[in-house]
Write a protein that binds this ligand. Structure first.
Ligand code: NAD
Length: 243
């Protein structure tokens, strides 16, 4: 019961990493708002105890504003925000259109920014709160010259700046940098035995990550066990980027 009675918003909570964070949070006693653009997938998590599904488009400021005020009205507070929703693309630099770039930035970078903008003031009033942003290991190493890596680099910088800005108000902000995790997002890689073998060879711990690997660390950063940790960057990639 490490987050008992806390109110948590998890974006992208209907699939992959976000879905596992929702499951773990409710198992540990939190009231969880699973927020996602995919209404169909949300129906499954809405069946779990303590989970409330809300439709959210992280790329829309109106959508964020509506969600933050609905959750505050319905539940009285917001203790945890996990900015997890995201999209990926492997398009190389030469093939990225301005529209591709804008969509990637709007969802992956503006999404967490707007989440912080609308939720952190509620946490400031409470004088407590924990925000966890899901970036990517590609934001820390020179892998993937594409819009995805750039969008996740913005999340890295945003996390540090927000941790600095909100620290004295009791709001902590940390960032997680997953390596390749077994979710629908990495389906193509998982089904190519050549790419999979190369990756496993290059990973000191010799396997891909699981949604549980990420959710356990998100739980720690969201709970009071990490009450002196803010502005931290935690890489969870089986040692891939340590080489
Ligand atoms: P996923 O595709 O399984 O889930 C992403 C979720 O985000 C989906 O439920 C989707 O509906 C939701 N989403 C997409 N656009 C949205 C929007 N505009 N508004 C609200 N929700 C939206 O992916 P995942 O692997 O679970 O990824 C979760 C996060 O982890 C992403 O930010 C991703 O970039 C990051 N990440 C994943 C990996 C990996 O290997 N899977 C590695 C590093 C970082």
């Amino acid at each position: 019961m490490r987050v008992k009675d806390k109110v948590a918003i998890v974006t992208g909570g209907a699939s992959g990493i976000g879905k596992e964070i929702v499951r773990l949070f409710q198992q540990e006693g939190a009231t969880v708002i699973a927020a996602d653009i995919n209404e169909v997938a949300l129906k499954e998590v809405a069946k779990w105890d303590l989970v409330h599904a809300k439709v959210l488009d992280v790329s829309s400021e109106e959508s964020w504003s509506a969600l933050a005020s609905t959750v505050e009205d319905e539940f009285g507070r917001i203790d945890i925000l996990v900015n997890n929703a995201g999209i990926s693309s492997e398009k190389p630099l030469e093939e990225i259109s301005i529209n591709d770039w804008d969509i990637m930035m709007r969802i992956n970078s503006f999404g967490p920014f707007a989440g912080i903008k609308h939720v952190a003031p509620i946490m400031e009033k409470q004088k407590t709160g924990s925000i966890v942003n899901i970036s990517s290991y590609t934001a820390q190493i020179g892998l993937g010259l594409n819009a995805y890596s750039a969008s996740k680099g913005a999340v890295r910088a945003l996390s540090k700046a927000a941790a600095t800005h909100y620290g004295r108000q009791g709001v902590r902000v940390n960032a997680i940098f997953p390596g390749v995790i077994e979710t629908p997002m990495t389906q193509a890689l998982q089904s190519s035995s050549q790419m999979l073998n190369q990756l496993i060879q290059a990973t000191p711990l010799g396997r891909l990550g699981t949604p549980e690997d990420i959710a356990n660390t998100v739980l720690f950063l969201s709970s009071d066990e990490s009450s002196y940790i803010t502005g931290a960057e935690i890489v969870i990639d089986g040692g891939f980027s340590a080489q």
